[in-house]
Ligand binder design. Structure first.
Ligand code: ATP
Length: 239
C-alpha cells in the first residue's frame, strides 16, 4: 500500500494543497482527478519523494521515502509531469542508467530491458538518441525508465496526455496487464472516458483536499449523476 496522510504544501502565499489523504494498493488502478491547478502533481511529487511537504506523512509499504529514499524508490516507478530525458543518450542507455540506479546489472538488467522494450513495443527506437523524439516516443522512453526495474507500484502523472488513439489504447492495455499481474497503479488524468475504462477507484481533489475516494460507480450513485464526467463536475462544485 502507498498512502499519504494530511499533506499540506504552500508556495509562498499560495496554498497548493491543504489536507490531502488517500492511498492505493497492489493490484488496483486508482485515478487521481482534479481541475487544473488543484494539486495533483504536487501530491504526486510528494508521494514519490521529489518534493518535501510542509506537513503530513507518506508511506511506501511502511517506508518513509524521505527517511529511506533508496528502499522506497526500489518499490516505485515514476512517470513525472515532465519527462526530463537526456537528449544524447539512446533509449537503451536511459534504461541501463535507471536500471543501474536500482542496483541492476549484467544479465538481469539485459533481460529487464528486453522485457520492457517488448512490453512498450519500442524495438524501432531502442538504439536512437532521444534528441528530436516525438511526444509519443518521449512518453514510451519515460515509461520504460519507470518500469525497467519491475516496481510494485507505478505512479503516472497524466501519462496519456498528447498521445494518439493507438498509443492510448496500447498504454491502457499495458496498464491493465500490469494491474492484473499485481502492480498497483496511480495515474492522474482529465480524460473521463479513460478513467471509466481503467480505474478501479478514483480520488478527487478539490479546494486542496481529497473530497472523494471511491469506485467510479459509487461516485456516480452518490452524486445522482448519469456519467462519471457529470459526477466529477458535481463533486468539485462546477455543476
Ligand atoms: N514550484 C511551484 N512554484 C509555485 N507554485 C507552484 C509550484 N508547483 C505548483 N504550484 C502551484 O500549486 C498549485 C497546484 O499545482 P499542481 O501542478 O499540483 O496542479 P495540477 O492539479 O497538477 O494541475 P494541472 O491539472 O493543470 O496539471 C497551482 O496553483 C500551481 O500554480
Amino acid at each position: 500500500m502507498i498512502s499519504v496522510h494530511g499533506l499540506k504544501k504552500s508556495f509562498g502565499d499560495l496554498i497548493a494543497i491543504s489536507d490531502v489523504s488517500f492511498g492505493f494498493d497492489k493490484g488496483e488502478i486508482v485515478a487521481l482527478l482534479g481541475g487544473n491547478g488543484s494539486g495533483k502533481s504536487t501530491s504526486i511529487n510528494i508521494m514519490t519523494g521529489l518534493m518535501i511537504p510542509d506537513e503530513g506523512h507518506v508511506s511506501v509499504q511502511g517506508l518513509d521515502p524521505f527517511k529511506n529514499p533508496i528502499d522506497a524508490k526500489k518499490k516505485l516507478g515514476v512517470f513525472p509531469d515532465k519527462a526530463g530525458l537526456y537528449p544524447n543518450l539512446t533509449v537503451r542507455e536511459h534504461l541501463q542508467f535507471f536500471g543501474h540506479l536500482q542496483g541492476m546489472t549484467g544479465k538481469t538488467l539485459k533481460t529487464a530491458i528486453d522485457r520492457t522494450v517488448r512490453m512498450l513495443e519500442m524495438e524501432d527506437i531502442i538504439d536512437r538518441r532521444t534528441k528530436g523524439f516525438s511526444h509519443g516516443q518521449t512518453v514510451k522512453t519515460a515509461l520504460g525508465r519507470a518500469m525497467v526495474h519491475g516496481p510494485d507500484y507505478l505512479i503516472l502523472d497524466e501519462p496519456t496526455r498528447g498521445l494518439d488513439v493507438y498509443a492510448v489504447r496500447q498504454l491502457r492495455h499495458l496498464l491493465m496487464r500490469l494491474r492484473d499481474n499485481g502492480t498497483g497503479i496511480l495515474f492522474s488524468s482529465h480524460v473521463m472516458q479513460e478513467v471509466s475504462l481503467l480505474a478501479n477507484r478514483v480520488a478527487v481533489i478539490a479546494d486542496g483536499k481529497v473530497c472523494a475516494e471511491e469506485t467510479p460507480d459509487a461516485l456516480i450513485a452518490e452524486t445522482g449523476a448519469d456519467t462519471l464526467e457529470d459526477a466529477f463536475m458535481i463533486k468539485v462544485g462546477l455543476k
